[in-house]
Design a protein around this ligand. Structure first.
Ligand SMILES: N[C@@H](CCC(=O)N[C@@H](CS)C(=O)NCC(=O)O)C(=O)O
Length: 217
């Protein structure tokens, strides 16, 4: 589909959630890698408000903000749904997706903060994990129910990016014995074929986070 383009950057979990959704729908698209230290004129034109990736361009019209893009993809191509048809299940998926986005800065704090502030980020992050463990999944395999959906994609950064943030920061929060349901979800998520085949290189991501940490320490 020549009229579908995605502007992204290789390490971004926000970009990957869009890639996963496009792949799940079986949509062809052109990927345009952006250098965020030297943003292209097209990115500035397509997302003049936030100037961030991802931006999806469909038929020349841009859609920005990953959560908005996921909803756009779902509405435009309803096959292989990302959301249940049931309004309440849909609302629950959106709730957890928003929860993950709201709490992401807390967890990123373990990587980018030091001293007492980092300690606070660790304690707050443990609380976030506890909430997801106790209230998020229940007996379900995925946040989306029996199969992967919008909430899983939105929370995907926890399944893959978070452990590298922990490693770079020299802390360990997300342990199987403390969060068994959530841990099982991360395994199911990463084993899901479309996810497994579309993840950034682990070593490159870890090296990036370590270099970030080195600048802070
Ligand atoms: N809320 C946005 C966040 C996107 C975001 O933070 N993108 C980063 C890359 S991971 C970016 O483009 N940063 C460049 C900048 O902020 O100048 C979304 O969900 O799309």
């Amino acid at each position: 589909m020549g009229d579908l383009k995605l502007h992204g950057t290789a390490s971004s979990p926000f970009v990957y959630r869009v890639i996963w959704a496009l792949k799940l729908k079986g949509l062809d698209y052109e990927y345009v890698e952006e250098d965020l230290s030297n943003k292209s004129d097209l990115l500035l034109k397509y997302n003049p408000v936030y100037k961030r990736v991802p931006v999806l361009i469909h038929g020349g019209k841009p859609v920005a903000e990953s959560s908005v893009i996921l909803e756009y993809i779902e509405e435009t191509w309803p096959h292989n749904p990302l959301l249940s048809a049931d309004p309440h299940e849909k609302a629950v998926a959106r709730f957890w997706s928003k929860f993950g986005d709201d709490k992401r800065p807390t967890i990123v704090g373990i990587l980018i903060k030091v001293g007492e502030e980092q300690e606070k980020a660790i304690q707050d992050s443990l609380e976030v994990l506890k909430i997801l463990e106790e209230h998020g999944l229940g007996e379900k395999e995925f946040f989306g129910g029996e199969t992967i959906g919008l909430a899983d994609m939105a929370l995907g950064w926890m399944a893959y990016w978070m452990c590298m943030m922990e490693e770079a920061a020299g802390v360990k929060l997300f342990e199987e014995h403390k969060f068994p349901r959530l841990f099982k979800w991360t395994r199911n998520f990463k084993e899901f074929p479309i996810i497994k085949e579309n993840l950034p290189d682990r070593n490159e991501l870890l090296a990036y986070y370590k270099s970030l940490r080195k600048m802070i320490d």
